[in-house]
Ligand binder design. Structure first.
Ligand SMILES: [Zn+2]
Length: 442
């Protein structure tokens, strides 16, 4: 099956940020086999379907490097609370009521939102990853899945075993769209002995590590109190950073921490909206970029955002650092776009597969509808996308050569059945959560 996207403006996000005006993209199977000027495509080239790219812009699919898809259930729960009390008083008690089968529908809801916003790959950390893996398989998106780990406690060995089973059952499955990572939640929920066990398992399975790191000032202060060093230094001294590590947040870093992250080539998932909503602070992205650290973008879970829109994240990343540092040259629009695409692929060590539109890579492609007033007059597309764009401008999405959305209609997810299943889960969990409220009403 060959599909030609014709007469299309293309932002490749390749090394040179090559842009084609009225170019074309030929998809065959799961890959891009040609991309560029129409004149370069042989005149006898055959294809089974053709899409007219008039008033559309082609981009590599966005990559969300840090989320918790099943937390769509908690969207809007415990808003306006600081991280630790939000987790301890609101989120963790609700999570105790989740069942394994719930995550399939909650993840599908998240995936539907992400596909509609042009996200083609996401990196997830949560419990009950089996349901999320099934949702990735059925929806057609690309998922990098980590079973969240904390310990040691009575269940910490079971969680490690579930990581191993996730890898056995799902690594490279669903046409190669699923990868597995090890997911130590954070240094304040994992003791050093447990972190070392996780690292050993990661090495045995040859997978990377996805962890929350230096998210709040409290995390850093508590770490100094307990270990007399920063969370980054703690991981460095334990040898955890000697492998592929994806660190989410990294808001509170010392200059030494930044040097360590650069030396160990730790990739960062910058989550500016979650950091703002939880009052965690603002990461020193400019300083990290100066040191050549790989930066990508994450939404975090829907409960702390409340969207799963990488376009919104891109805009926030490009705006907030300018204001805070009083420097409009910080995080240009094209740098923000890089973080949302090829930066995300590099952070996940998937730059050979996705993150830019290049012949030979997988066909993870997004078409943006540029027919709206906020894209006129057509000019600097990076600026338009980052400062004017909305997630709902995404028109058509392919992942691995499969079309998942066309003309803003999802093709692999039945939203009505997702809503009814999610609503049933919501009623089950929230009705038990609020008996006092009910009593008061009576
Ligand atoms: Zn998170």
């Amino acid at each position: 099956m060959k599909t030609l996207i014709d007469n299309i403006d293309i932002m490749t996000m390749d090394e040179n940020h090559t842009f084609y005006k009225n170019g074309c993209i030929l998809i065959e199977g799961d890959s891009i086999v040609y991309l560029g000027d129409k004149s370069g495509l042989g005149s006898g080239t055959e294809y089974q379907s053709r899409i007219d790219g008039k008033r559309k812009l082609a981009l590599p699919g966005f990559i969300n490097t840090h989320t918790h898809t099943a937390m769509t259930l908690f969207r809007g729960q415990g808003s306006d609370m600081p991280l630790m009390s939000w987790l301890q008083e609101k989120i963790w008690p609700l999570e105790d009521k989740l069942k394994e089968t719930d995550t399939y529908w909650l993840s599908l809801l998240a995936i539907a939102e992400m596909i509609r916003g042009g996200v083609t790959t996401f990196s997830d950390m949560y419990m009950f990853m089996e349901g999320t893996a099934q949702a990735v398989r059925d929806s057609g998106v690309r998922g990098i899945l980590a079973r969240g780990l904390q310990g040691p406690d009575d269940n910490s060995q079971k969680r490690l075993q579930e990581t191993r089973e996730l890898w056995q059952d799902w690594q490279d499955k669903a046409e190669g769209r699923i990868q597995v990572m090890a997911g130590p939640h954070a240094i304040y929920t994992c003791q050093p002995s447990y972190l070392l066990e996780i690292a050993e398992l990661a090495d045995e399975l040859d997978i990377g590590i996805h962890i929350h790191l230096s998210e709040t000032r409290q995390e850093v202060e508590d770490c100094y109190r307990e270990y007399n060093k920063s969370p980054v230094r703690l991981l460095y001294d334990l040898g955890i950073l000697d492998r592929h590590v994806l660190a989410a947040h990294c808001v509170h870093l010392s200059p030494e921490d930044i040097d360590i992250l650069a030396e160990k080539e730790v990739a960062i998932s910058h989550c500016p909206i979650s950091n703002l909503k939880l009052g965690s602070g603002i990461a020193s992205v400019g300083a990290m970029l100066e040191k050549g650290i790989t930066l990508s973008l994450g939404t975090d879970g829907a409960a702390s955002n409340n969207n799963l829109s990488i376009m919104k994240e891109m805009s926030m990343a490009a705006l907030i650092h300018k204001g805070v540092k009083e420097d409009p040259t910080l995080i240009s629009a094209s740098k923000a776009l890089e973080m949302a695409t090829i930066g995300g692929a590099s952070a996940l060590k998937m730059e050979d597969k996705t993150g830019s539109l290049t012949a030979g890579k997988k066909a993870d492609i997004v078409l943006i509808d540029t027919g709206s007033p906020h894209y006129h007059p057509a000019g600097d597309w990076a600026s338009h996308l980052v400062y004017s764009g909305y997630a709902h401008d995404v028109d058509t999405v392919w992942v691995n050569g499969q079309k998942l959305m066309e003309k803003k209609q999802l093709l692999t997810i039945d939203l009505e059945s997702v809503y009814s299943q999610v609503d049933a889960i919501y009623r089950r969990i929230m009705e038990r959560e609020q008996p006092k409220e009910d009593n008061k009403k009576q």
